[in-house]
Design a protein around this ligand. Structure first.
Ligand code: NAD
Length: 378
């Protein structure tokens, strides 16, 4: 079978879905790999490296015409191009934002094309090596701290100098999943005093494990975690009580990183305008939930907002800003998934008895086959 690797069409997307090291390993599966010329350049991988790994360098039409096509973005303008060109026997693999845009799975199903949404890889031990959400969140958490450090009017570590003692920065991480935990660890490594809060009680130990201090808000709620390990959506009353309790903690911080997300839902507002009013001038907020509405009421996507001396950043596609490592991790996740669904003769074998296949394939043989998406579309 032919495996296509097109160049991402969005000008701001520097990542690529497979790197040459993945090609070297995947051709052993008897796959013929077609790489669109320049596909890896922005991530630091030349055509020559792909060629040396065993791929053929092609044009876009040939890469998009393969049997299996791997992409970073199977959404946005690239999705529009694909839906117009897709053929029934093809399988597209990429990030589809499926819980927010289930209609895209339906559109591909109408063309008879198969699609696999990487965000739906189940959070089970066997699928960890295929989990792009964790890979990308790791990078986002790390980079968020660097963005904050770059903007901050102070340094992170305590320093005893001939010109006096400098106090360490105080950093507060709100939402401690994969990104938040990496943000805690990165801020700690830079020398900040780090505190963190998550709605899920299980996060407490993880916060302690990276040397940060959990903030307890004493807010009773029964249902904080779903079966898949994600945060459950909370009532308006809970969010209001959470905001009140949080205001005092926030007023003492220099750096705030927010990462709170509920899959398929708008991000919860954890920081209101009034809470920003009570913060110290010079504080930096990096809102990693900006793409899903933001955890801070004042966040503007891809803008720097300055409010009473507090700077609020709402960057999009933060993992893409570390494109080499993001592509390495993403490519390895896809490689592991391909090894599950392609046999040693290079033929596609979708075993719907397998939980990973069942959860991630969204469109197949003219149908939306994923139960969650079918519910959303009903
Ligand atoms: P996420 O990106 O969906 O959300 C980020 C964090 O925000 C979560 O920790 C969530 O609890 C928190 N949050 C949501 N609403 C909040 C609120 N109102 N106040 C404070 N915090 C709030 O989460 P994620 O990074 O994808 O990880 C979710 C969980 O899944 C974590 O426990 C992670 O360790 C676990 N996980 C398990 C596996 C696996 O077992 N294979 C893989 C990856 C992640």
């Amino acid at each position: 079978m032919k495996l296509g690797l097109p160049k991402e069409s969005h000008a701001d997307e520097k990542r690529v879905a497979l790197i040459p090291a993945n090609v070297t390993r995947l051709i052993k599966k008897n796959l013929q790999i077609l790489v669109e010329s320049g596909a890896g350049l922005a991530a630091g991988f030349s055509d020559q490296e792909y060629q040396e790994a065993g791929a053929s360098i092609t044009d876009r039409a040939e890469a998009l015409g393969a049997d299996i096509i791997t992409l970073v973005n199977l959404k946005g303008e690239q999705f529009d191009e694909i839906k117009a060109k897709a053929k029934p026997e093809q399988l597209f693999i990429g990030m589809m934002d499926p819980l927010t845009h289930p209609e895209n799975a339906a559109t591909l199903a109408e063309t008879g094309t198969s699609a696999l949404a990487l965000e739906l890889v189940p959070r089970i031990t066997r699928a960890q090596s295929m989990d792009i959400l964790s890979s990308m969140a790791t990078i986002a958490g790390y980079k968020a701290v660097l963005l904050a450090a770059h903007q901050a009017p102070r340094m992170f570590p305590m320093m005893m100098t001939a010109a006096g003692t400098l106090k360490p920065a105080r950093a507060f991480i709100m939402g401690v999943g994969v990104a938040g935990l990496q943000a805690c660890a990165t801020a700690k490594r830079l020398g900040a005093v780090v505190e963190a809060y998550d709605i899920r009680p299980a996060a407490r130990e993880q916060i302690l494990s990276v040397g940060a201090k959990p903030v307890e808000l004493d807010l009773e709620t029964e249902n904080t975690e779903t079966k898949g390990g994600y945060a459950a959506e909370q009532s308006d009353d809970f969010i209001k009580r959470q905001q009140q309790a949080m205001a005092n903690v926030l007023a003492q911080q220099d750096i705030v990183i927010t990462t709170a997300a509920i899959p398929g839902r708008k991000a919860p507002v954890l920081i209101t305008e009034a809470m920003v009013d009570a913060m110290k001038p010079g504080t930096i907020i990096v809102d990693l939930a900006a793409e899903t509405g933001g955890n801070c009421e004042l966040t503007q996507l891809d803008e720097t907002v300055i409010h009473n001396g507090v700077t609020i950043l709402g960057p999009s596609n933060v993992p893409g800003s570390a494109a080499t490592h993001a592509s390495q991790m993403y490519g390895t996740n896809i490689e592991n998934l391909l090894k599950l669904i392609v046999d040693d003769e290079g033929q596609l074998q979708l075993d719907f008895e397998d939980e990973i296949v069942r959860d991630t394939v969204v469109a197949h043989q003219g149908e939306v086959v994923n139960a969650r998406l079918r519910d959303l579309l009903a």
